[in-house]
Design a protein around this ligand. Structure first.
Ligand code: ADP
Ligand code: MG
Length: 339
């Protein structure tokens, strides 16, 4: 195993607009990277180039020292020791769970004890040893997805590629599967690249999040860092909730309690700067700036509130006490991040 290195990778399908361009990314061995971005931004294309189903138009892809692809050559998918899990995970209905999982080994000519051991280990990783002789039809949706994962693990791939595997699942099953993926990653030690357009999924699962937009990589960082310090409006808007506040040039009359906000910023000169303010940093009540409640969403443990300040600036806040639309409140911003 080794680090996966994408260097200035581009893909042009000849449509007049490159699907991926100038894409450079290192995925560390054993890491769990989420590739996050809106639909059509090029995530699947990146994944398919890593897997070997597409050839880059420019740049190179290495696994450690080994060149996987550049514009003039490309190692075929079966020689890359990677596994790709698709959105629809086709299992053979007429085969048992164990035979489904062992199928890739059969294709590679592995049999006997080695075959049995690998299948058992793969099933153990997804906690399905007791289901080895069942048919896919006898399993729940989550269990079937675990079979698909075991099948992908059975050949001990260096890299596991997952393309929005949970996109069509209901919320409950999605949560169960997120747990399975995390466990799968911990137990297998495989390097995983997980494509999703769902930022909360990316944050919950991955050790690193790579944010993409329009074929380009915007930022790569661990979830907590990307949440606290997004680089630019695009990443700030894609990750987490919050409001982008453009700081006004200070006039005679202050409209906001900026003191605490300023304290949290690195930049000395903040005139006209864009600041990302998270809802947990907006406190309703006290001596703050006047604001109007626009809408309220009850989330069980708190209220998620949309507000408008006197200058028309939108803000989001969390409140433990109930507020109602059109209510006049006061807000204090505790911290923000300069974009
Ligand atoms: P995502 O997975 O983020 O939704 P894709 O990688 O599927 O995005 O697509 C990125 C862009 O490349 C889109 O504009 C898409 O239409 C285009 N694209 C993808 N595959 C092909 C193809 N085989 N031929 C032409 N255009 C393609
Ligand atoms: Mg896609």
């Amino acid at each position: 195993m080794a680090k996966l290195i994408l260097n200035q990778v581009a893909k042009d399908f000849g449509t007049g607009r490159a699907a991926v361009s100038g894409f450079s990314l290192d995925v560390r061995e054993g890491g769990f990277l989420a590739l996050l971005g809106p639909s059509g931004c090029g995530k699947t294309t990146v994944l398919r180039m890593i897997a070997g189903f597409e050839t880059p138009s420019d740049g190179s892809i290495h696994l450690g020292e080994r060149l996987l692809a550049d514009a003039s050559q490309s190692l075929p998918p079966e020689k890359r020791n990677m596994a790709m899990v698709f959105q629809s995970y086709a299992l053979w209905p007429h085969m048992s769970v164990a035979d489904n999982v062992g199928y890739p080994l059969k294709v590679r000519g592995i049999s006997g004890e080695a075959y049995k051991t690998k299948v058992r280990e793969a099933l153990a990783t997804v906690r399905l040893v007791d289901y080895a002789e069942r048919r896919p039809a006898d399993l729940s949706g989550g269990q079937r997805q675990r079979v698909a994962l075991a099948r992908c693990l059975v050949t001990s791939p260096d890299v596991v590629l997952l393309d929005e595997p949970l996109a069509n699942l209901d919320r409950h099953l999605k949560q169960e599967m997120e747990e399975t993926f995390r466990e799968f990653h911990q137990r297998s030690g495989a390097t995983m690249i997980y494509v999703t357009h769902d930022q909360s999924e990316a944050m919950a699962l991955a050790t690193d999040v790579a944010v993409m937009s329009e074929g380009r990589l915007l930022q790569v960082a661990p979830p907590a860092e990307i949440y606290a310090r997004p680089e630019g409006r695009m990443v700030g808007g894609l990750i987490g909730r919050g409001a982008i506040v453009t700081l006004p040039v200070m006039g005679g009359e202050r409209q906001l309690e900026w003191d605490e906000l300023e304290g949290a910023l690195h930049a000395a000169n903040i005139d006209g700067a864009d600041i990302l303010v998270r809802p947990e940093d907006v406190i309703i009540g006290g001596e703050g700036a006047p604001a109007t409640v626009e809408s309220v969403l009850f989330e069980g443990e708190r209220y998620a509130v949309k507000l408008t300040l006197g200058n028309g600036q939108a803000l989001r806040a969390y409140s433990r006490v109930a507020v109602v639309p059109n209510e006049a409140v006061h807000v204090v911003i505790r911290a923000g991040w300069r974009l």
